[in-house]
Design a protein around this ligand. Structure first.
Ligand SMILES: Nc1nc2c(ncn2[C@@H]2O[C@H](COP(=O)(O)OP(=O)(O)OP(=O)(O)O)[C@@H](O)[C@H]2O)c(=O)[nH]1
Ligand SMILES: [Mg+2]
Ligand SMILES: [Zn+2]
Length: 345
């Protein structure tokens, strides 16, 4: 088949079609016949992946549905791969995954790992003002960002729903521990467009991922950031105001350039909302280092393997009691520590 370069808009349409078809478990996987005529090996970018089916973007910007060689592990949006086209069928086969720089993942069932995004260098934690912001979840994503040693910002979405300045003050007070840590807080709204320009600047030329609870507005924000994009967004439950898990697997989109250049302005991965995020389990000494606000107090406890819970003369607990460490941060640390302990038993 003759190679054809798709326009941005056509590419988006392919993405939409792909989302509709590809995330449907019942759709037939792309097949590559044993005697298929394969093109030369080339590098490609995983746009989305569902089990052993992936959508690959070639270096010239065309999209191909591909099968994945059996021995390869699970692929995820953002992966760089080596693949070959099945010349006659306009499908392809992925033969190798290139080493990942950063992979955001979480524990899955039976000791497996669930991949969220690969090769990212920026995390946008999206939290909606309604039904509410969960500092515990923010802390978990910040631990993951620290594990990967990449920056994160907190996007407070749906600020159009705030009735007045006092509502924002209450949220700002809740989020004070993060501003003190120097983490950027960005009020945003897809209705009023608040924060969108700042977001564009933050993410320019980066490989970002949006994470957060279902219904936070991750897909809506991406629709607002990228013209002509129509990702499916969900309705909210009348009873709880929570989302209904509309996005079911991670999908990579290209951001438009901020200047006149023909290159795109970075990649942004939309991820499925989850009820509770857990970082990959780590040791006590690692976890306490991922809580940046604990740093001035570490090393001052009576015992050097102090878990900062029941031990006497604990500097971290004292700091939490005296308000030098936010109680919510101290508590989320304890919850994570217990969770990790439970996993290793
Ligand atoms: N008022 C208001 N509603 C918004 C805003 N952004 C998104 N919504 C609504 O929030 C609901 C959920 O939005 P989605 O974009 O599907 O949320 P999501 O985070 O992608 O959810 P999942 O895909 O389930 O993880 C939709 O009904 C949106 O219209 C906003 O800024 N203000
Ligand atoms: Mg979504
Ligand atoms: Zn201690």
């Amino acid at each position: 088949m003759a190679k054809r370069k798709l326009t941005q808009q056509q590419k988006r349409r392919v993405d939409e079609q792909f989302q509709k078809r590809h995330v449907d478990k019942n759709s037939p996987p792309p097949t590559v016949a044993k005697n298929a005529l394969l093109g030369e090996e080339q590098t490609g970018l995983v746009i989305t992946s569902f089990g052993k089916r992936v959508l690959i973007e070639s270096n010239t910007g065309e999209h191909y549905r591909c099968a994945v060689r059996q021995h390869l592990g699970k692929l995820v949006a953002g992966d760089q791969v080596i693949w070959q086209t099945d010349i006659e069928a306009h499908t392809g086969i992925v033969t190798r995954v290139l080493p990942r720089t950063h992979e955001l993942s979480r524990p899955g069932f039976r000791g497996q790992t669930r991949m969220i995004a690969a090769n990212i260098d920026f995390i946008g934690i999206v939290m909606p003002v309604l039904p509410g912001i969960h500092p515990d979840m923010i802390d978990r994503y910040l631990v993951a960002a620290n594990q990967l040693n990449i920056p994160a910002i907190i996007i407070i979405n749906k600020v159009d729903l705030l009735a007045n300045e006092d509502d924002w003050e209450a949220i700002a007070a809740l989020l004070e521990p993060y501003t003190e840590l120097g983490i950027e807080l960005l009020p945003a709204s897809t209705i009023s467009s608040a924060g969108l320009n700042e977001l564009r600047t933050f993410m320019n030329h980066k490989n970002s991922v949006f994470v957060g609870p279902s219904g936070a507005g991750k897909s809506s924000l991406i629709n607002a950031l990228i013209p002509d994009l129509h990702i499916r967004v969900g309705t909210l439950s009348d009873a709880t105001g929570l989302g209904k898990h509309t996005t079911t697997n991670s999908i990579l989109y290209h951001l438009p350039p901020l200047d006149d250049s023909k290159l795109h302005g970075g990649n942004l991965i939309d991820s499925p909302g989850i009820r509770q995020f857990s970082p990959i389990a780590c040791s006590l000494s690692e976890l306490e280092r991922y809580y940046d606000d604990f740093a001035p107090f570490l090393g001052h406890c009576k015992y050097n393997n102090c878990t900062h819970s029941i031990e006497p003369n604990c500097a971290i607990k004292k700091a939490a009691e005296e308000g030098d460490i936010a109680l919510s941060r101290y508590q989320s640390f304890q919850r994570l520590l217990n969770e990790f302990k439970g996993e290793s038993e």
